[in-house]
Write a protein that binds this ligand. Structure first.
Ligand code: FES
Length: 108
């Protein structure tokens, strides 16, 4: 059915307005249909990560310059995805994004 929506959005899909992500902060987002987190560690520098906790798979939430998992308290650095506080050991996988004008777009 050619009118059916594709299963996955194409590369370059819109994620958020750059202005929606605080500098030094982060937001919850959806990228390519997956729960994600987007942060802007310094002005114009945008990084994104999977929101699936690497401990046991709960949804991690944006919390300023950190990401917090509600299940067992893991805390991740919003700039790098690295674990600050366990029980999680592994970082959140990064998702490629790019800035295009005043928008953040999925890069893959
Ligand atoms: Fe996130 Fe356990 S699932 S800390």
């Amino acid at each position: 059915d050619p009118s059916a929506a594709p299963d996955a959005p194409a590369a370059g899909d819109d994620v958020a307005a750059l202005a929606d992500v605080p500098v030094g902060g982060s937001i919850d987002a959806t990228i390519n249909g997956e729960a994600a987190l987007v942060s802007q560690p310094t002005a114009g520098q945008v990084v994104a990560f999977s929101a699936v906790c690497t401990h046991q798979g709960c949804m991690v939430a944006a919390a300023g310059d950190e990401f917090h998992c509600p299940c067992h308290g893991s805390i991740y650095d919003a700039a790098t995805g690295e674990v600050i506080t366990g029980p999680a050991i592994n970082p959140l996988p990064e998702i490629a994004v790019a800035v295009s004008g005043d928008r953040i777009i999925a890069a893959s």
